[in-house]
Design a binder for this molecule. Sequence first.
Ligand code: AMP
Ligand code: ZN
Length: 497
Amino acid sequence: MALYEHQSLKIYNSISGEKEEFKSLTEGYVGMYVCGPTVYSNVHLGNCRTFISFDLVFRYLKHLGYKVRYVRNITDAGHLENDGEEGEDRIAKKAKLMEIEPMEVVQKYSVDFHQILEKFNNLPPSIEPTATGHIIEQIETIKTIIDKGLAYEVDGNVYFDVMKYHENQYYGKLSGRKIEDLISNTRELAGQSDKKNPQDFALWKKAEPQHIMRWPSPWGVGFPGWHLECTVMSSKYLGDQFDIHGGGMDLKFPHHECEIAQGHASNGKDPVNYWMHANMLTLNGKKMSKSTGNNILPRELFTGENENLSKSYTAPVVRFFMLQANYRSILDFSDEALSAAEKGFHKLMESLATLQTIKTSTTSDFDVSAWRDKCYEAMNDDFNSPILIAHLFEAVKQINLAKSEKIKLSKKSLELLSKTMNDFIFDVMGLEDLEENSKASSNTDDFEELIQFLIEMRNHARLNKDFETSDKIRDKLLEMNVELKDSREGTTFQIHS
Ligand code: AMP
Ligand code: ZN
Protein backbone atom coordinates (compact mmCIF):
# COMPACT_ATOMS: atom_id res chain seq x y z
CA MET A 1 0.00 0.00 0.00
CA ALA A 2 1.44 3.37 -0.99
CA LEU A 3 2.10 5.93 1.72
CA TYR A 4 -0.40 8.41 0.25
CA GLU A 5 -3.21 6.01 1.03
CA HIS A 6 -2.53 6.52 4.74
CA GLN A 7 -2.05 10.28 4.59
CA SER A 8 -4.51 13.01 3.91
CA LEU A 9 -2.72 15.77 2.06
CA LYS A 10 -4.34 19.18 1.93
CA ILE A 11 -3.32 21.81 -0.60
CA TYR A 12 -4.16 25.50 -0.45
CA ASN A 13 -5.90 26.10 -3.73
CA SER A 14 -5.49 29.72 -4.84
CA ILE A 15 -8.66 29.57 -6.88
CA SER A 16 -10.91 28.71 -3.92
CA GLY A 17 -8.79 30.41 -1.29
CA GLU A 18 -9.07 27.29 0.86
CA LYS A 19 -7.07 24.28 1.87
CA GLU A 20 -8.60 21.37 0.03
CA GLU A 21 -8.14 17.63 0.34
CA PHE A 22 -5.85 16.55 -2.48
CA LYS A 23 -7.28 13.97 -4.83
CA SER A 24 -5.46 13.30 -8.05
CA LEU A 25 -7.36 12.82 -11.30
CA THR A 26 -5.88 9.36 -11.77
CA GLU A 27 -5.25 7.36 -8.65
CA GLY A 28 -1.55 7.08 -7.91
CA TYR A 29 -0.49 9.61 -10.56
CA VAL A 30 0.02 13.36 -10.33
CA GLY A 31 0.46 15.81 -13.21
CA MET A 32 2.14 19.05 -12.17
CA TYR A 33 3.08 22.06 -14.28
CA VAL A 34 5.21 24.94 -13.01
CA CYS A 35 6.02 28.08 -14.99
CA GLY A 36 9.74 28.07 -15.59
CA PRO A 37 12.20 30.92 -16.04
CA THR A 38 12.54 33.39 -18.87
CA VAL A 39 16.15 32.76 -19.74
CA TYR A 40 17.44 36.25 -20.51
CA SER A 41 19.69 36.72 -17.48
CA ASN A 42 21.21 34.87 -14.54
CA VAL A 43 18.69 33.28 -12.25
CA HIS A 44 18.42 35.26 -8.99
CA LEU A 45 17.71 34.04 -5.49
CA GLY A 46 14.04 35.04 -5.70
CA ASN A 47 13.51 32.77 -8.70
CA CYS A 48 15.33 30.01 -6.81
CA ARG A 49 12.94 30.32 -3.90
CA THR A 50 9.95 29.61 -6.13
CA PHE A 51 11.65 26.60 -7.72
CA ILE A 52 12.76 25.28 -4.33
CA SER A 53 9.17 25.65 -3.06
CA PHE A 54 7.91 23.47 -5.91
CA ASP A 55 10.81 21.06 -5.53
CA LEU A 56 9.55 20.48 -1.99
CA VAL A 57 6.08 19.76 -3.39
CA PHE A 58 7.53 17.40 -6.04
CA ARG A 59 9.68 15.59 -3.48
CA TYR A 60 6.88 15.16 -0.96
CA LEU A 61 4.44 13.84 -3.57
CA LYS A 62 7.07 11.34 -4.68
CA HIS A 63 7.81 10.46 -1.06
CA LEU A 64 4.12 9.69 -0.59
CA GLY A 65 4.41 7.19 -3.43
CA TYR A 66 2.76 9.12 -6.27
CA LYS A 67 4.14 8.77 -9.76
CA VAL A 68 4.60 12.43 -10.61
CA ARG A 69 5.00 13.88 -14.08
CA TYR A 70 6.49 17.28 -13.40
CA VAL A 71 6.59 19.63 -16.40
CA ARG A 72 8.46 22.92 -16.09
CA ASN A 73 8.98 25.01 -19.18
CA ILE A 74 11.74 27.27 -20.37
CA THR A 75 10.44 30.56 -21.76
CA ASP A 76 12.68 31.35 -24.68
CA ALA A 77 10.34 33.53 -26.77
CA GLY A 78 7.30 35.72 -26.44
CA HIS A 79 7.90 37.25 -22.99
CA LEU A 80 7.92 40.97 -23.61
CA GLU A 81 9.69 43.54 -21.49
CA ASN A 82 6.81 44.74 -19.36
CA ASP A 83 4.88 41.44 -19.11
CA GLY A 84 2.22 43.11 -21.21
CA GLU A 85 1.39 43.51 -24.83
CA GLU A 86 4.05 45.97 -25.81
CA GLY A 87 7.81 46.26 -25.77
CA GLU A 88 10.69 44.19 -26.97
CA ASP A 89 11.10 40.46 -26.47
CA ARG A 90 13.33 40.12 -23.39
CA ILE A 91 15.60 37.59 -25.04
CA ALA A 92 15.93 39.47 -28.33
CA LYS A 93 16.75 42.66 -26.42
CA LYS A 94 19.55 40.91 -24.53
CA ALA A 95 20.83 39.34 -27.75
CA LYS A 96 21.14 42.78 -29.37
CA LEU A 97 22.88 44.12 -26.29
CA MET A 98 25.39 41.27 -26.22
CA GLU A 99 25.65 41.11 -30.02
CA ILE A 100 24.90 37.41 -30.09
CA GLU A 101 22.10 35.20 -31.41
CA PRO A 102 18.93 35.01 -29.28
CA MET A 103 19.48 31.26 -28.99
CA GLU A 104 22.94 31.91 -27.57
CA VAL A 105 21.29 33.98 -24.86
CA VAL A 106 18.85 31.13 -24.23
CA GLN A 107 21.63 28.54 -24.04
CA LYS A 108 23.84 30.63 -21.76
CA TYR A 109 21.13 31.30 -19.19
CA SER A 110 19.51 27.87 -19.41
CA VAL A 111 22.87 26.35 -18.49
CA ASP A 112 23.21 28.82 -15.60
CA PHE A 113 19.69 27.99 -14.42
CA HIS A 114 20.35 24.24 -14.42
CA GLN A 115 23.70 24.57 -12.68
CA ILE A 116 22.28 26.70 -9.91
CA LEU A 117 19.23 24.52 -9.32
CA GLU A 118 21.46 21.46 -9.17
CA LYS A 119 23.57 23.19 -6.51
CA PHE A 120 20.41 23.67 -4.50
CA ASN A 121 19.75 19.93 -4.99
CA ASN A 122 16.50 20.52 -6.89
CA LEU A 123 15.39 17.43 -8.74
CA PRO A 124 15.11 17.92 -12.50
CA PRO A 125 11.54 17.99 -13.84
CA SER A 126 10.25 15.04 -15.85
CA ILE A 127 9.87 17.18 -18.98
CA GLU A 128 11.35 20.62 -19.67
CA PRO A 129 9.78 21.92 -22.89
CA THR A 130 10.64 25.21 -24.56
CA ALA A 131 8.28 27.75 -26.09
CA THR A 132 10.23 27.84 -29.37
CA GLY A 133 9.96 24.06 -29.61
CA HIS A 134 6.16 24.32 -29.59
CA ILE A 135 5.33 27.07 -32.10
CA ILE A 136 3.35 24.66 -34.29
CA GLU A 137 1.20 23.55 -31.36
CA GLN A 138 0.66 27.17 -30.35
CA ILE A 139 -0.55 28.03 -33.86
CA GLU A 140 -2.94 25.05 -33.74
CA THR A 141 -4.39 26.18 -30.41
CA ILE A 142 -4.89 29.71 -31.74
CA LYS A 143 -6.79 28.28 -34.73
CA THR A 144 -9.03 26.33 -32.35
CA ILE A 145 -9.77 29.41 -30.24
CA ILE A 146 -10.56 31.44 -33.39
CA ASP A 147 -12.87 28.62 -34.58
CA LYS A 148 -14.69 28.72 -31.25
CA GLY A 149 -15.31 32.43 -31.85
CA LEU A 150 -13.23 33.52 -28.88
CA ALA A 151 -10.33 35.15 -30.70
CA TYR A 152 -10.05 37.52 -33.67
CA GLU A 153 -7.39 38.63 -36.08
CA VAL A 154 -6.51 42.24 -36.85
CA ASP A 155 -3.70 43.04 -39.25
CA GLY A 156 -1.49 40.04 -38.41
CA ASN A 157 -2.25 40.09 -34.68
CA VAL A 158 -4.59 37.63 -32.99
CA TYR A 159 -6.29 38.66 -29.75
CA PHE A 160 -8.28 36.72 -27.21
CA ASP A 161 -11.78 38.19 -26.93
CA VAL A 162 -12.10 38.58 -23.16
CA MET A 163 -15.62 40.13 -23.21
CA LYS A 164 -16.97 37.35 -25.42
CA TYR A 165 -15.44 34.72 -23.15
CA HIS A 166 -16.80 36.50 -20.09
CA GLU A 167 -20.36 36.18 -21.42
CA ASN A 168 -20.34 32.50 -20.40
CA GLN A 169 -17.28 32.14 -18.20
CA TYR A 170 -15.81 34.18 -15.39
CA TYR A 171 -12.63 35.98 -16.46
CA GLY A 172 -11.08 36.82 -13.09
CA LYS A 173 -11.98 33.63 -11.23
CA LEU A 174 -8.38 33.05 -10.15
CA SER A 175 -7.18 36.55 -9.39
CA GLY A 176 -10.51 37.82 -8.10
CA ARG A 177 -10.28 40.81 -10.42
CA LYS A 178 -13.52 42.27 -11.64
CA ILE A 179 -13.93 42.78 -15.34
CA GLU A 180 -15.48 46.23 -14.75
CA ASP A 181 -12.33 47.31 -12.86
CA LEU A 182 -10.12 45.93 -15.61
CA ILE A 183 -12.04 47.92 -18.15
CA SER A 184 -11.91 51.16 -16.19
CA ASN A 185 -8.21 50.71 -15.31
CA THR A 186 -7.22 50.35 -18.92
CA ARG A 187 -9.61 52.96 -20.35
CA GLU A 188 -6.94 55.47 -21.21
CA LEU A 189 -5.37 52.98 -23.58
CA ALA A 190 -8.60 52.42 -25.49
CA GLY A 191 -8.41 53.50 -29.10
CA GLN A 192 -4.63 53.40 -29.09
CA SER A 193 -4.49 49.81 -30.24
CA ASP A 194 -6.25 47.58 -32.72
CA LYS A 195 -7.90 45.49 -30.00
CA LYS A 196 -11.68 45.40 -29.64
CA ASN A 197 -11.25 45.95 -25.91
CA PRO A 198 -8.15 47.01 -24.01
CA GLN A 199 -8.29 43.95 -21.72
CA ASP A 200 -8.00 41.56 -24.68
CA PHE A 201 -4.60 39.88 -24.77
CA ALA A 202 -2.42 38.73 -27.65
CA LEU A 203 -2.26 35.09 -28.73
CA TRP A 204 -0.13 35.94 -31.75
CA LYS A 205 1.73 39.14 -32.51
CA LYS A 206 2.85 40.43 -35.85
CA ALA A 207 6.62 40.83 -36.01
CA GLU A 208 7.78 44.29 -36.92
CA PRO A 209 10.80 44.26 -39.29
CA GLN A 210 13.25 44.80 -36.40
CA HIS A 211 11.79 41.91 -34.36
CA ILE A 212 14.31 39.12 -34.86
CA MET A 213 12.46 36.21 -33.23
CA ARG A 214 9.84 35.42 -35.87
CA TRP A 215 7.93 32.49 -37.32
CA PRO A 216 5.51 32.05 -40.23
CA SER A 217 1.84 31.54 -39.38
CA PRO A 218 -1.56 31.70 -41.11
CA TRP A 219 -1.71 35.34 -39.97
CA GLY A 220 1.70 36.33 -41.30
CA VAL A 221 5.16 36.36 -39.78
CA GLY A 222 5.08 36.86 -36.04
CA PHE A 223 5.54 35.30 -32.62
CA PRO A 224 3.29 33.73 -29.98
CA GLY A 225 1.94 35.54 -26.92
CA TRP A 226 3.61 34.70 -23.62
CA HIS A 227 0.53 33.25 -21.88
CA LEU A 228 -0.16 30.79 -24.67
CA GLU A 229 2.99 28.69 -24.33
CA CYS A 230 2.06 27.41 -20.87
CA THR A 231 -1.46 26.45 -21.98
CA VAL A 232 -0.06 24.56 -24.94
CA MET A 233 2.81 22.79 -23.21
CA SER A 234 0.81 21.83 -20.13
CA SER A 235 -2.05 20.36 -22.16
CA LYS A 236 0.34 18.61 -24.54
CA TYR A 237 2.17 16.74 -21.78
CA LEU A 238 -0.42 16.56 -19.00
CA GLY A 239 -3.76 16.63 -20.80
CA ASP A 240 -6.59 19.17 -21.05
CA GLN A 241 -7.10 18.81 -17.32
CA PHE A 242 -4.38 18.11 -14.82
CA ASP A 243 -3.79 18.17 -11.07
CA ILE A 244 -1.44 20.98 -10.02
CA HIS A 245 -0.27 24.22 -11.62
CA GLY A 246 2.30 26.30 -9.82
CA GLY A 247 4.25 29.48 -10.21
CA GLY A 248 5.20 32.62 -8.32
CA MET A 249 2.45 34.80 -6.86
CA ASP A 250 3.29 37.53 -9.39
CA LEU A 251 2.13 35.27 -12.21
CA LYS A 252 -1.45 34.94 -10.94
CA PHE A 253 -2.59 37.87 -13.04
CA PRO A 254 -2.55 38.19 -15.96
CA HIS A 255 -0.50 35.08 -16.85
CA HIS A 256 -2.45 32.34 -15.05
CA GLU A 257 -5.82 34.03 -15.45
CA CYS A 258 -5.17 34.02 -19.20
CA GLU A 259 -4.11 30.36 -19.08
CA ILE A 260 -7.47 29.42 -17.60
CA ALA A 261 -9.30 31.43 -20.27
CA GLN A 262 -7.22 29.93 -23.12
CA GLY A 263 -7.57 26.37 -21.78
CA HIS A 264 -11.31 26.70 -21.32
CA ALA A 265 -11.73 28.37 -24.69
CA SER A 266 -9.95 25.57 -26.53
CA ASN A 267 -11.14 22.53 -24.55
CA GLY A 268 -14.31 23.61 -22.79
CA LYS A 269 -12.82 22.75 -19.39
CA ASP A 270 -10.91 24.55 -16.68
CA PRO A 271 -7.43 23.13 -17.13
CA VAL A 272 -6.21 22.94 -13.53
CA ASN A 273 -7.59 21.39 -10.33
CA TYR A 274 -5.19 22.91 -7.79
CA TRP A 275 -3.53 26.27 -8.36
CA MET A 276 -0.52 26.85 -6.13
CA HIS A 277 1.28 30.18 -5.79
CA ALA A 278 4.60 30.60 -4.07
CA ASN A 279 5.29 33.87 -2.31
CA MET A 280 8.13 36.26 -2.97
CA LEU A 281 11.61 36.56 -1.58
CA THR A 282 12.30 40.17 -0.70
CA LEU A 283 15.49 42.11 -0.17
CA ASN A 284 15.33 45.23 1.98
CA GLY A 285 11.56 44.77 2.05
CA LYS A 286 11.21 44.89 -1.74
CA LYS A 287 10.60 42.04 -4.16
CA MET A 288 13.80 40.60 -5.58
CA SER A 289 13.63 41.17 -9.27
CA LYS A 290 15.79 40.98 -12.36
CA SER A 291 14.49 44.14 -13.91
CA THR A 292 14.97 46.47 -10.90
CA GLY A 293 18.38 45.08 -9.96
CA ASN A 294 17.21 44.55 -6.35
CA ASN A 295 18.52 41.03 -6.13
CA ILE A 296 21.25 38.65 -5.05
CA LEU A 297 22.70 36.03 -7.33
CA PRO A 298 23.23 32.56 -5.89
CA ARG A 299 26.89 32.61 -6.93
CA GLU A 300 27.42 35.74 -4.83
CA LEU A 301 26.09 33.79 -1.84
CA PHE A 302 28.45 30.92 -2.43
CA THR A 303 31.43 33.29 -2.63
CA GLY A 304 30.19 35.88 -0.12
CA GLU A 305 30.82 38.66 -2.64
CA ASN A 306 27.84 40.96 -2.17
CA GLU A 307 27.47 44.09 -0.08
CA ASN A 308 24.53 42.53 1.77
CA LEU A 309 26.63 39.59 3.00
CA SER A 310 29.19 39.26 5.80
CA LYS A 311 30.39 35.86 4.59
CA SER A 312 29.70 33.04 2.15
CA TYR A 313 26.99 30.41 2.63
CA THR A 314 26.60 26.92 1.20
CA ALA A 315 23.65 25.96 -0.97
CA PRO A 316 22.11 23.55 1.60
CA VAL A 317 22.18 26.30 4.26
CA VAL A 318 20.40 28.70 1.89
CA ARG A 319 17.87 26.01 1.01
CA PHE A 320 17.29 25.36 4.71
CA PHE A 321 16.82 29.11 5.27
CA MET A 322 14.12 29.15 2.58
CA LEU A 323 12.34 26.08 3.97
CA GLN A 324 12.13 27.71 7.39
CA ALA A 325 9.36 29.86 5.93
CA ASN A 326 6.09 28.59 4.57
CA TYR A 327 6.03 28.83 0.79
CA ARG A 328 2.93 31.08 0.98
CA SER A 329 4.59 33.65 3.25
CA ILE A 330 6.81 36.48 2.15
CA LEU A 331 10.40 35.82 3.16
CA ASP A 332 12.83 38.66 3.66
CA PHE A 333 16.45 37.95 2.94
CA SER A 334 19.05 39.10 5.43
CA ASP A 335 22.55 38.14 6.42
CA GLU A 336 21.47 37.71 10.08
CA ALA A 337 18.62 35.36 9.20
CA LEU A 338 20.92 33.33 7.00
CA SER A 339 23.55 33.12 9.68
CA ALA A 340 20.92 31.91 12.20
CA ALA A 341 19.77 29.32 9.65
CA GLU A 342 23.36 28.13 9.30
CA LYS A 343 23.56 27.43 13.04
CA GLY A 344 20.25 25.54 12.94
CA PHE A 345 21.34 23.55 9.94
CA HIS A 346 24.56 22.43 11.62
CA LYS A 347 22.66 21.44 14.75
CA LEU A 348 20.40 19.26 12.64
CA MET A 349 23.32 17.61 10.87
CA GLU A 350 25.18 17.05 14.15
CA SER A 351 22.17 15.30 15.61
CA LEU A 352 22.28 12.78 12.77
CA ALA A 353 25.84 11.91 13.74
CA THR A 354 24.84 11.75 17.42
CA LEU A 355 22.08 9.29 16.53
CA GLN A 356 24.73 6.74 15.55
CA THR A 357 26.28 6.82 18.99
CA ILE A 358 23.21 6.35 21.19
CA LYS A 359 23.07 3.30 23.45
CA THR A 360 19.65 1.70 23.32
CA SER A 361 17.54 0.39 26.21
CA THR A 362 14.66 -2.03 26.40
CA THR A 363 12.12 0.78 26.93
CA SER A 364 11.52 4.20 25.39
CA ASP A 365 10.71 7.54 26.99
CA PHE A 366 10.11 9.28 23.66
CA ASP A 367 7.05 8.28 21.64
CA VAL A 368 8.72 8.27 18.21
CA SER A 369 5.67 7.01 16.40
CA ALA A 370 3.49 9.92 17.62
CA TRP A 371 6.27 12.36 16.75
CA ARG A 372 6.56 10.87 13.26
CA ASP A 373 2.81 11.34 12.75
CA LYS A 374 3.24 15.01 13.61
CA CYS A 375 5.94 15.37 10.95
CA TYR A 376 3.56 13.97 8.35
CA GLU A 377 0.72 16.14 9.63
CA ALA A 378 2.88 19.22 9.09
CA MET A 379 3.66 18.29 5.50
CA ASN A 380 0.08 17.18 4.86
CA ASP A 381 -1.01 20.64 5.95
CA ASP A 382 -0.15 22.33 2.65
CA PHE A 383 3.56 21.43 2.79
CA ASN A 384 4.18 23.31 6.02
CA SER A 385 7.96 23.00 6.16
CA PRO A 386 8.53 25.43 9.09
CA ILE A 387 6.31 23.30 11.33
CA LEU A 388 8.08 20.16 10.10
CA ILE A 389 11.43 21.78 11.00
CA ALA A 390 10.10 22.62 14.47
CA HIS A 391 9.26 18.93 14.96
CA LEU A 392 12.69 17.91 13.73
CA PHE A 393 14.22 20.18 16.36
CA GLU A 394 12.05 18.53 18.99
CA ALA A 395 13.71 15.28 17.93
CA VAL A 396 17.15 16.92 18.13
CA LYS A 397 16.38 17.75 21.76
CA GLN A 398 15.37 14.15 22.48
CA ILE A 399 18.44 12.79 20.68
CA ASN A 400 20.70 14.92 22.86
CA LEU A 401 18.86 13.78 26.00
CA ALA A 402 19.25 10.15 24.93
CA LYS A 403 22.93 10.72 24.21
CA SER A 404 23.52 11.97 27.76
CA GLU A 405 21.36 9.08 29.01
CA LYS A 406 18.72 11.38 30.51
CA ILE A 407 16.04 9.52 28.55
CA LYS A 408 15.87 5.98 27.21
CA LEU A 409 15.32 4.88 23.62
CA SER A 410 14.63 1.31 22.51
CA LYS A 411 16.35 -0.15 19.46
CA LYS A 412 13.10 -0.07 17.51
CA SER A 413 12.40 3.57 18.45
CA LEU A 414 15.92 4.56 17.51
CA GLU A 415 15.59 2.91 14.12
CA LEU A 416 12.28 4.62 13.41
CA LEU A 417 13.67 7.94 14.61
CA SER A 418 16.71 7.60 12.41
CA LYS A 419 14.70 6.59 9.34
CA THR A 420 12.19 9.42 9.79
CA MET A 421 14.90 12.05 10.32
CA ASN A 422 16.72 10.88 7.19
CA ASP A 423 13.54 10.69 5.12
CA PHE A 424 12.45 14.22 5.96
CA ILE A 425 15.84 15.91 5.97
CA PHE A 426 17.24 14.40 2.78
CA ASP A 427 14.40 12.98 0.66
CA VAL A 428 11.64 15.45 1.42
CA MET A 429 13.49 18.69 2.21
CA GLY A 430 16.30 17.88 -0.19
CA LEU A 431 19.06 19.04 2.16
CA GLU A 432 22.59 17.74 1.77
CA ASP A 433 25.32 17.26 4.32
CA LEU A 434 28.23 18.50 2.23
CA GLU A 435 30.79 17.79 4.98
CA GLU A 436 29.60 14.20 5.37
CA ASN A 437 29.55 13.77 1.59
CA SER A 438 33.11 15.00 1.22
CA LYS A 439 34.17 12.74 4.13
CA ALA A 440 32.49 9.83 2.35
CA SER A 441 34.22 10.61 -0.94
CA SER A 442 37.61 10.93 0.74
CA ASN A 443 36.91 7.56 2.43
CA THR A 444 36.37 6.12 -1.03
CA ASP A 445 39.67 7.62 -2.20
CA ASP A 446 41.47 6.03 0.78
CA PHE A 447 39.85 2.66 0.08
CA GLU A 448 40.90 2.75 -3.56
CA GLU A 449 44.44 3.65 -2.60
CA LEU A 450 44.50 0.62 -0.31
CA ILE A 451 43.32 -1.67 -3.12
CA GLN A 452 46.09 -0.33 -5.37
CA PHE A 453 48.61 -1.10 -2.66
CA LEU A 454 47.28 -4.68 -2.31
CA ILE A 455 47.49 -5.15 -6.09
CA GLU A 456 51.15 -4.15 -5.95
CA MET A 457 51.74 -6.60 -3.07
CA ARG A 458 50.06 -9.32 -5.12
CA ASN A 459 52.20 -8.55 -8.19
CA HIS A 460 55.27 -8.74 -6.01
CA ALA A 461 54.18 -12.13 -4.63
CA ARG A 462 53.46 -13.44 -8.11
CA LEU A 463 56.89 -12.36 -9.33
CA ASN A 464 58.34 -14.37 -6.47
CA LYS A 465 56.08 -17.30 -7.41
CA ASP A 466 54.43 -17.00 -4.00
CA PHE A 467 51.02 -17.99 -5.38
CA GLU A 468 49.61 -18.78 -1.97
CA THR A 469 49.90 -15.12 -0.93
CA SER A 470 48.77 -13.75 -4.28
CA ASP A 471 45.63 -15.96 -4.26
CA LYS A 472 44.90 -15.02 -0.67
CA ILE A 473 44.96 -11.32 -1.59
CA ARG A 474 42.66 -11.89 -4.58
CA ASP A 475 40.19 -14.02 -2.58
CA LYS A 476 40.10 -11.65 0.36
CA LEU A 477 39.38 -8.71 -1.93
CA LEU A 478 36.64 -10.68 -3.67
CA GLU A 479 35.08 -11.35 -0.27
CA MET A 480 34.99 -7.55 0.12
CA ASN A 481 33.25 -7.26 -3.29
CA VAL A 482 36.40 -6.08 -5.04
CA GLU A 483 37.05 -8.04 -8.21
CA LEU A 484 40.54 -8.07 -9.72
CA LYS A 485 40.91 -8.38 -13.46
CA ASP A 486 44.28 -9.38 -14.92
CA SER A 487 45.22 -8.48 -18.46
CA ARG A 488 48.37 -7.86 -20.44
CA GLU A 489 48.25 -4.19 -19.52
CA GLY A 490 48.18 -5.01 -15.83
CA THR A 491 45.62 -5.53 -13.11
CA THR A 492 42.48 -3.44 -12.74
CA PHE A 493 39.72 -3.66 -10.16
CA GLN A 494 35.99 -3.26 -9.98
CA ILE A 495 34.03 -2.59 -6.80
CA HIS A 496 30.66 -4.35 -6.79
CA SER A 497 27.98 -2.84 -4.58
P1 AMP B 1 10.87 34.91 -14.51
O1 AMP B 1 12.14 34.29 -14.99
O2 AMP B 1 10.98 36.35 -14.20
O3 AMP B 1 9.72 34.59 -15.45
O4 AMP B 1 10.53 34.22 -13.12
C1 AMP B 1 10.61 32.84 -12.90
C2 AMP B 1 9.84 32.47 -11.65
O5 AMP B 1 10.41 33.10 -10.50
C3 AMP B 1 8.37 32.87 -11.67
O6 AMP B 1 7.58 31.82 -11.14
C4 AMP B 1 8.33 34.08 -10.77
O7 AMP B 1 7.07 34.22 -10.15
C5 AMP B 1 9.39 33.74 -9.75
N1 AMP B 1 9.94 34.92 -9.07
C6 AMP B 1 10.38 36.08 -9.61
N2 AMP B 1 10.81 36.93 -8.65
C7 AMP B 1 10.66 36.28 -7.47
C8 AMP B 1 10.92 36.62 -6.09
N3 AMP B 1 11.45 37.78 -5.75
N4 AMP B 1 10.64 35.69 -5.14
C9 AMP B 1 10.11 34.49 -5.48
N5 AMP B 1 9.84 34.12 -6.74
C10 AMP B 1 10.10 34.99 -7.74
ZN1 ZN C 1 3.60 30.10 -17.43
